[in-house]
Write a protein that binds this ligand. Structure first.
Ligand code: KG4
Ligand code: ZN
Length: 353
């Protein structure tokens, strides 16, 4: 069991970023001592996507020197770590296992506990805590921020989650096919833009007319809180096939507008039905300027304060894993090195209180 003040080493390897962070909690105050992300973009660019075994090999290559570097930067030593936090899923199993095994070995040799974290908990708490002033955050009082409605938009997930309190999650709706980020990446490929496509499509969209093409807003009128993006991607494919001289910036802008509208419609639908104290938007796609602006509009319209993940924490990183571990440890979720394991699919609800 950890006391009131402790230091966490966090590890994230669920996809194609190796993330390491060292964070200290003192009372309700969190201080980031150091962190780093080793991105594999240059490697996966060649295949236009992440090959799990290639990602795992790269994590295995960089993880030890990265831990050494981040711990040295934190001005601590490994012995000063009170717990090891690690993403145990969901994600690509070969990649996840590199981080989990590193955490197990450290926990075994240092005789310290492991705090297993669901990848999406990381995204949720990084939005809740927001931007860091001088690398410090204050953990909010639960009554001030919960219940919170969270829109998670990444390469692997698009979901609306009801968060009733720290470690209290309920899934309201999710995509039935492609994730929003996946749709951005696929459309980028159709537009001959490099991987990962989200930022490229969004850059191109800035020069285009979002009303140029009337792309569908799939499931706009469905009674649930689910999403669907594969039909939208197919609509872009047909448009490019049938209109070869279509202005690519117009296609990008119209596609982006359709994604943002779909996300806004379902978020508003939840807010119309349930009163929330905060609205959180997080995950890789939360870096999208047009989505951030649209969600500010939703927040203003419903009078629900908006917390968007800071740009530097939208993509995968270990800072968010450390933040989640530091926050939820108040509930004492610790394991031994023998107990933890990586899992490709784990529902967020399994990590609920
Ligand atoms: O959270 P994340 O780093 O990894 C997953 O957990 O999936 O999200 C990555 C996704 C990719 O699909 C990427 O294209 C997308 O986020 N993305 C964006 C933007 N920046 C990253 N999508 C739209 N606009 C952006 N500016
Ligand atoms: Zn992620």
């Amino acid at each position: 069991m950890l006391g009131d003040s402790y230091t966490i080493l966090a590890i994230e390897t669920s996809c194609d970023e190796t993330g390491i962070a060292v964070l200290r909690r003192q009372g309700d105050s969190l201080t980031l001592l150091s962190h780093a992300v080793a991105s594999q973009i240059a490697i996966h660019e060649k295949t236009g996507g992440v090959v799990p075994n290639v990602a795992a090999r790269e994590h295995a290559k960089v993880i030890t020197p990265l831990i050494e570097h981040v711990v040295a930067e934190s001005k601590c030593s490994l012995k000063d770590m009170d717990a090891i936090a690690v993403t145990v899923g969901p994600g690509l199993i070969p990649a996840l296992l590199v981080g989990v095994q590193a955490a197990r070995t450290l926990a075994f040799s240092l005789n310290k506990p492991i705090i297993p974290i669901h990848h999406l908990e990381g995204h949720i708490y990084s939005a809740l805590l927001g931007e860091a002033a001088e690398n410090k955050w204050q953990i909010p009082t639960a009554d001030d921020v919960f219940p919170a409605l969270v829109l998670i938009v990444s390469g692997g997930h698009t979901m609306l989650v009801h968060v009733d309190g720290y470690m209290q999650y309920r899934l309201l709706g999710q995509t039935r096919d492609d994730a929003a980020g996946e749709a951005f990446d696929k459309v980028a490929r159709l537009l001959d833009l490099p991987y990962p496509g989200g930022p490229e499509v969004s850059k191109l969209a800035e020069q285009g007319n979002p009303a140029a093409f009337a792309f569908p807003r799939p499931m706009e009128h469905s009674p649930d809180f689910d999403f669907s993006f594969s039909g939208l991607k197919t609509a872009v494919l047909y448009t490019l096939r049938d209109t070869p001289d279509a202005n690519k910036a117009d296609v990008a802008a119209s596609f982006q507008a359709a994604v943002v509208d779909s996300l806004v419609v379902k978020t508003r639908k939840v807010l119309k039905e349930v009163p929330y104290k905060s609205l959180l938007v997080t995950g890789g796609v939360a870096a999208n300027t047009s989505l951030r602006q649209a969600m500010q509009g939703v927040s203003d319209r419903y009078g629900v304060p908006l917390h968007v993940a800071p740009l530097w924490l939208c993509g995968d990183n270990a800072v968010m894993i450390a933040q989640a571990a530091a926050i939820i440890d108040t509930k004492k979720r610790t394991s031994t090195w023998q107990e933890v394991d990586g899992r490709a699919r784990i529902a967020l609800e399994e990590f609920s209180d």
